[in-house]
Design a protein around this ligand. Sequence first.
Ligand SMILES: Nc1ncnc2c1ncn2[C@@H]1O[C@H](COP(=O)(O)OP(=O)(O)O)[C@@H](O)[C@H]1O
Ligand SMILES: O=C(CO)[C@H](O)[C@H](O)COP(=O)(O)O
Length: 542
Amino acid sequence: MGEPLTVGVDFGTLSGRAVVVRVRDGAELGSAVFEYPHGVLDETLPATGRALPPEWALQVPGDYVGVLRNAVPAALRDAGVDAGDVVGIATDFTACTMVPATADGTPLCELPEFESNPHAYVKLWKHHSAQPQAVRINELARARGEKWLPRYGGLISSEWEFAKGLEVFEEAPEVYAAMRHWVEAADWIVWQLTGSYVRNACTAGYKGILQDGQYPSRDFLRELAPGFESFVAEKLEHPLGELGSRAGSLSAEAASWTGLPEGIAVAVGNVDAHVTAPAAQAVEPGQMVAIMGTSTCHVMNGAELHEVPGMCGVVEGGIVPGLWGYEAGQSGVGDIFGWFVEHFAGASHEELTRLAARQEIGEHGLIALDWHSGNRSVLVDHELSGVIVGQTLATRAEDVYRALLEATAFGTRKIIETFSAAGVPVTELIIAGGLAKNALLMQIYADVTNLPLSVIGSAQGPALGSAIHAAVAAGAHADIRVAAAAMGSVERAVYRPVPAHVTAYDELYAEYTELHDYFGRGGNDVMHRLAARKRAVAKGQS
Ligand SMILES: Nc1ncnc2c1ncn2[C@@H]1O[C@H](COP(=O)(O)OP(=O)(O)O)[C@@H](O)[C@H]1O
Ligand SMILES: O=C(CO)[C@H](O)[C@H](O)COP(=O)(O)O
């Protein structure tokens, strides 16, 4: 018998990563990645070959099981350990990513009668077509003075459970009728591991509008859309599991997929962003973790409840039991850089970064808005779109690339300032996720926010965070704080703000704020008009 180990599995936007971790000190002994064979379905539905409408983003749930079957055994092989030493497994997922399922958890898209219906598939977090539903939820909640609304910064997102659920109810009543559970993928995967459904407190709070033990009322839902009043009772409500607790035991079937021992602890599901906080040892108030990849999520604990305008939410026990967990985010970050590299630049991230790093601040003469995937915080509007001001015939690809890097840093500063102004000061910014590898981007973030940047010690933050949760669920550490101290890691103040850069960026940030408020706060509604026109044209074509 060797030392106790756990397995953490991170289900990202394009792939799932498994990591094998030593419980004593968090050493990562082996890992493996499995790319989802279907990736993100955002153009056509393979079952029919038909085009999907704008802003759609679907996934195939079988791909997630592929991660359990492939990445977990491969990570065990990579680690060269005896699977018998693994005492627990935990998973984290993108969110809000929703699976419409039958009573036994079968995704509707796996039933022959629904395989051609796009609404029967998983709606990925960045499926943004439920914005009209989100707008109606927000208008009605404001008019009725619903007391849960300020817990979400005053706006519910189109990415979340109610907007996406209402979209299914209104656009695919046959799917809605057949769906017994509207399940977060974070919980669906735990269901596959244990054979039983436990709803995690994190997504229920942030994405499912569960506050002080209550969901939005039947009355509210009836007024929103007659017939939708039973949504909570019939599709959503389910017993909750606290973060770090044991959801159940690994079933015989899941043991055969993964090569892990049957009966080991399986932790309650979690979100990729929130689970990263303990991996970065950021479990105390004021320590904000920015998980920077395709998108950025900002998560932070607080001792008290405050209402921060435009935050994604504040949930009691949403990150660590006993504290208020705050979340904000930017829907597109690496995705925006990737879009530019893929469609316009003719050069790689590395080459563009190298060229952009030679420039002085402001040399390119550009300012951009980072809304190519909408704005998650603090405007919470997915019909906003990207802007680049200042282009001339002299503008080069590296100029635009740098302006896009800077735009996302300004977006993060807007979030930090909004938190601080609402009485939730950010005392430390800790970076996790794939973008930490871009040193220019990191220095820009330090200069724009005027904060020293700490960087998580692991390249697999979410998967390590899951392994930490697995250790707690297995009883190998007393709680998440204790496990984070033993297994998490962070390097402090790796990037420090340069005073002259801070001053230069203060001026550009003022310009960003002008554009931000002009396009995002009603100065000019052109982005909404263009989005409406795009939708109308797409509708006419279908
Ligand atoms: N050197 C780089 N600099 C900036 N962005 C990059 C670089 N390399 C990849 N990206 C972007 O990073 C994103 C992937 O980040 P990653 O953390 O690996 O993914 P995920 O968020 O899905 O876990 C992609 O959107 C890609 O465009
Ligand atoms: O909103 C989220 C968490 O609340 C998503 O999980 C997140 O934005 C997806 O992130 P990524 O693909 O960058 O890991």
